[in-house]
Design a protein around this ligand. Structure first.
Ligand code: N01
Length: 487
């Protein structure tokens, strides 16, 4: 097989895994990372209470099992450390240019020119964009926010220079980030006001330590394989039916009742319970998990405030009723602009078409990895990837395996390739046809794009594996000059 010059943008979980697999396959790999170290979201996010919200065993690569995990849902700092040790152990650091932001990449007819913030240019036969989707903070536009006199920061940009001792902390947002932050700060005894615009369904999950026996056994390949199967069964059992599917067999009423029973157990006060009971259908937003959020919310040092934020004054937040809640520090756990993807990075493909032109009406992709008119440019966890239902390493195993087979063809044939527009439209249509059968279509959530469509994988996990096993070359067209593969 011919060796390709591969440029990868981003050294988070996706970029690192792709770099490893591509190099193993014999390709010539260079990775650009704008931050000072690898890890992506797990390098940048370090708010108090950060934990991975899927079982840790499904959040590591099969190529490197770790015995360092402390808990079933590992603290974020352990995920960051794991990704750094993966990079060291697999000797990937020499491939990575840290502190190097890619500002643009342009198709030159036979190769991609990648330009970085310092103005230098690099040429690659193919480019993989692995910039993630929970990257660009979504900042609220509250009247008066600019005049707030204390520290105010987004959850993903935690300012550790700010001492929280003796401060009243306002936390806005009830997604996974807000729930984890409030739980942690509340347990530490801080004075916390949690602003809840929309109560969410929250799954109360214990987070037990991983036993030493499990740690030792997990490093033996045979037991690791057995454990994988066991954890998978456990995961299915403890997470109940797939609440996001509405087809016959997915018993949403039973799931709903379990959550209502849980609320009754957790919150004895009927008035508070009623306020915390979501009006939105179960499963229409990704369900945050916590061992103790409801318990913490009922502590005397933690206070929920319901409804939208009316405005911000220099020393507090005004709620929808006009009541002011004094706070000294403001945490905006208000989510991410998930449809920005790699932007503001400029991508210019065949015939000068740009990514903004391609995505003018809404973001889309061919199977989460390809884009028409973008020969030899591929995405990882792009639009329609199953980031809702599949742990990222499992997603990546399917996507990278698929791309390796495609790159093998590109290298052998010596012709750049991109999915055709027709094949892309067919793929997008299958998604749109299926979306109404999912709970995600029942409310606006961070998957919803400007056109009101959910940009998410609506099929099962098994279907993901099946679709990515099958490389249909009829869905691709070749472009321009042959790739200059290194022989
Ligand atoms: O963001 P979100 P997140 N005024 O978009 C509220 C992953 N994750 O960072 O529902 C008032 O879920 C908004 O309210 P509403 C995980 O996949 C993983 O928490 O729109 N409130 C909502 O409550 C997760 O799904 C881990 O009414 C405003 C919140 O802010 C994804 O990241 C940990 C507002 C945003 O919730 C995103 O989670 C953390 C406004 N103007 C996150 N604007 C792991 O453990 C927004 N809100 C792996």
């Amino acid at each position: 097989m011919s060796r390709l010059r591969m440029g990868i943008v981003g050294a988070g979980m996706a970029g690192l895994y792709a770099a490893y697999r591509l190099r193993e396959q014999g390709h010539d790999v260079m990775v650009f990372e704008k931050d000072s170290d690898v890890g992506g979201t797990w390098h940048v996010n370090d708010y108090p209470g950060l934990h991975v919200d899927v079982i840790t065993r499904s959040y590591e690569f099969a190529e490197m099992r770790s015995s360092a995990w402390s808990r079933r849902y590992a603290p974020g700092v352990e995920v960051g450390a794991y990704l750094k040790s993966f990079t060291r152990e697999k000797d990937l650091y020499p491939l990575i240019r840290l502190g190097t932001e890619v500002t643009g990449t342009t198709w030159r007819g036979d190769a991609w020119e990648v330009v970085t913030a310092d103005g230098s240019a690099h040429v690659f036969d193919a480019v993989l964009v692995a910039t993630g989707f929970l990257r660009v903070p979504k900042m609220p536009r509250f009247p008066g926010l600019d005049g707030f006199q204390g520290p105010a920061f987004h959850s993903s940009r935690w300012d550790h220079s700010v001492s929280l001792d003796g401060k009243r902390i306002g936390v806005i947002g009830t997604g996974s980030s807000g729930i984890q932050i409030v739980s942690e700060l509340g347990k530490r005894g801080h004075d916390v006001v949690h602003f809840i615009r929309t109560p969410q369904w929250i799954q109360i999950k214990e987070n037990p330590p991983i036993s030493w026996l499990e740690k030792v056994l997990l490093c033996v390949p045979a037991t690791a394989k057995y454990w994988d199967r066991r954890m998978q069964r456990l995961r299915v059992r403890t997470e109940g039916p797939e609440t996001w599917r509405l087809e016959p067999g997915a018993d949403r009423n039973a799931a709903n009742q379990r959550f209502l029973d849980m609320l009754e157990r957790e919150i004895p006060d009927p008035v508070l319970r009623k306020r915390l009971t979501p009006a939105e259908p179960l499963g229409c937003k990704r369900i945050p998990k916590s061992p103790d959020y409801y318990q913490v919310l009922q502590r005397p040092n933690v206070r929920p405030v319901f409804g939208p934020v009316g405005g911000v004054e220099p020393d507090g937040i005004v709620d929808a009723d006009g009541t002011k809640h004094p706070v000294d520090v403001l945490v905006l756990a208000t989510g991410f602009d998930t449809h920005a993807y790699m932007r503001p990075l400029r991508i210019t493909g065949a015939n000068g078409v740009t990514i903004d032109e391609l995505w003018r009406d809404s973001v889309f992709s061919y199977r989460g990895v390809g884009l028409p008119q973008m020969p030899n440019l591929f995405l990882l966890n792009g639009p329609f990837a199953p980031i809702n239902s599949l742990a990222i390493p499992l997603c990546l195993r399917d996507e990278v395996g698929y791309l390796l087979r495609l790159l093998d063809v590109i290298g052998r044939e010596g012709k750049p390739m991109a999915p055709t527009r027709a094949a892309t439209e067919r793929f997008v249509q299958t998604i749109r046809d299926r979306l109404p059968n999912t709970t995600y279509s029942l409310c606006d959530n961070w998957y919803t794009d400007a056109s009101g469509t959910q940009v998410i994988w609506p099929f099962t996990r098994a279907e993901h594996g099946r679709q990515y096993d099958e490389l249909n070359l009829d869905d691709f067209e070749t472009f321009g000059l042959p790739v200059k593969a290194l022989r």
